[in-house]
Write a protein that binds this ligand. Structure first.
Ligand code: ZN
Length: 120
């Protein structure tokens, strides 16, 4: 009995881990796509400013450059949220010191920061 239960538990853990890996891969793909969009936006800003330079008036680029910059800020925010989701899936959280630690940790093993538990 004990043996079979252990076997079942092991299989369950392996399945969880596989699911976790698939989810993390999916989120990382989304992050990469957004990073490519940011790169494109950076190029776009360069084009807009150069075009304005050729017209001898950099101010003509301001409106469009501002729009593209705002898009980049949104993309960066999306990436942060996706990175947070990856931590959630992996059952991890970030400490104020920048270390990634297990979600249930009450203290940071690196800096000693104490976490106030809000879900118990
Ligand atoms: Zn810490």
């Amino acid at each position: 009995m004990g043996f079979f239960n252990k076997l079942k538990e092991g299989a369950g853990k392996a399945a969880d881990l596989a699911k976790e890996t698939v989810e993390v891969t999916r989120l990382n793909t989304q992050i990469s796509a957004k990073k490519r969009e940011i790169e494109k936006s950076h190029n776009r800003i360069g084009e807009l400013i150069f075009s304005a330079f050729q017209q001898n008036d950099l101010s003509v680029a301001e409106g469009q450059v501002t729009t593209v910059c705002q898009e980049i800020v949104t993309l960066q925010h999306d990436i942060l949220l996706l990175e947070l989701k990856i931590k959630e899936v992996r059952n991890e959280k970030s400490c104020v010191c920048g270390k990634t630690i297990t979600f249930n940790a009450k203290f940071c093993p690196s800096c000693g920061h104490q976490f106030v538990t809000d879900s118990e």
